[in-house]
Ligand binder design. Structure first.
Ligand code: SOE
Length: 383
């Protein structure tokens, strides 16, 4: 079997999630290529060496340019902070490597557009890790919508709530806390959390045309871990926005890192003419479904346990009734990518598809600062 030699850049939370996917996918899916964990790359030599050993990478590098220059790397996987995505992705594409990139694609839409141009000029396979699309319950929601079961869509409602930055003593910047540093993250909850909600929404419900947002930074100054100085906080701590979809439906989106008691509560609900669906990341193996066409006496919300062989991806795992979790969404996404290489079909979202999410984030942030409705720039189809 042909091999797919992977070079991973970044060994934090996402480096682990991706590595786990690279290792598990060939065990559970029949893939046309055998993934090989060739090299892990990170700036701290001791840490990247320990990571490479723990996860079974054959080697390590401390300079991403060296990793990209290596002849034995086919796929460059970007799992490092957002401010490095553009430079690495463009250099990797130029070197003819396939590129997979952790979300969000870029710091903003302008950067994302350059990345799309570079990747498409090089003609290399590419994908952005919006993993929640591959939670079987969410994929099933997509199938139900495509089958027309919901009918005309009226409402889309999404939230992503966390509570880990409430303490004003938490510094910004550096390992683990770069998400609080606007120069590294690009934005706060909009790019980090709402980007997930937006990606899922665009996939399930089509393009968003206009948005009206409010954003807030509750803690205005924080010590910076790298400079040691107290510095202005530039990220949005919370963001809520209204949106109008091209299909005529209305939406509300909300995200915060200040919802005490919520660790990663991503939920969405879609209300259609005939039926509604609802999903909750804390109960990710279930899909709530209400169908008005059911016989009245037994009509009600159905609590579907997504563990059966005819549910998306589930025939690859255990026996019916036994559920899977968060990590599997990454395994599925990687398996889809490798299957796509074999079939010559891109795995979604490609860089171009993920650019649409950046444009919505741009419009949301602009609306937050201008206090006005903003039109969302649309991504053109590939020529
Ligand atoms: C932030 O805490 C975070 O880790 C995001 O960066 C991830 O994308 C999200 O899936 C979980 O929360």
């Amino acid at each position: 079997m042909k091999t797919l030699n992977i070079g991973l850049i970044g060994y934090g939370f996402m480096g682990r999630a991706h590595s786990n996917a690279f290792r598990k996918a060939p065990n559970f899916f029949k893939l046309p290529y055998q993934p090989v964990l060739k090299a892990a790359c990170g700036r701290d030599e001791a840490k990247v060496a320990a990571f490479a050993t723990q996860w079974g990478y054959e080697s390590f590098e401390t300079d991403w340019r060296k990793l990209i220059a290596r002849q034995d790397i086919d796929l460059v996987d970007i799992a490092c902070p957002n401010d490095l995505h553009r430079e690495i992705a463009m250099a990797a594409a130029k070197a003819g490597k396939m590129v997979t990139c952790e979300k969000p694609l870029s710091m903003d839409g302008a950067e994302g557009l350059k990345m799309v141009a570079a990747i498409e000029k090089a003609g290399v396979p590419n994908m952005v890790w919006y993993n929640y699309r591959r939670v079987p319950a969410v994929t099933l929601a997509k199938q139900l919508i495509e089958e027309g079961r919901l009918g005309r869509i009226f409402h889309y409602r999404a939230k992503f709530l966390q509570d880990w930055t409430i303490s004003a003593d938490l510094p910004q910047g550096g390992a683990g806390l770069w998400r609080l540093d606007v120069n590294v993250a690009g934005s706060g909850v909009t790019g980090d959390l709402l980007a997930h909600c937006i990606d899922t929404a665009l996939w399930l419900n089509g393009p968003i045309q206009t948005v009206n947002a409010m954003t807030e930074t509750f803690v205005k100054q924080r010590k910076h871990s790298l400079t040691g100085k107290v510095e202005k906080v530039g990220i949005d701590d919370a963001c809520a926005f209204l949106a109008r979809f091209q299909n005529g439906s209305l939406a509300t989106f909300e995200s915060t890192r200040y919802a005490r008691g919520h660790k990663a509560l991503y939920t969405f609900e879609i209300n259609g003419e005939h039926a509604s669906i609802a999903w909750d990341l804390h109960d990710l193996h279930r899909l709530q479904y209400f169908d008005h066409r059911d016989e009245g006496r037994v009509r009600g919300w159905r609590n579907l346990h997504i563990t059966d062989g005819d549910h998306p991806y589930m025939d690859k795992w255990w026996v019916p009734g036994l559920q899977i979790g968060y990590e599997h969404s990454f395994v599925h996404q990687f398996a889809d990518f490798v299957q796509g290489l074999g079939e010559g079909t891109p795995a979604s979202p490609t860089f171009r598809e993920a650019l649409a999410t950046q444009y919505v984030c741009d419009a949301v942030l602009k609306s937050g600062s201008t206090q006005r409705w903003q039109k969302v720039k649309q991504v053109q189809d590939k020529k």
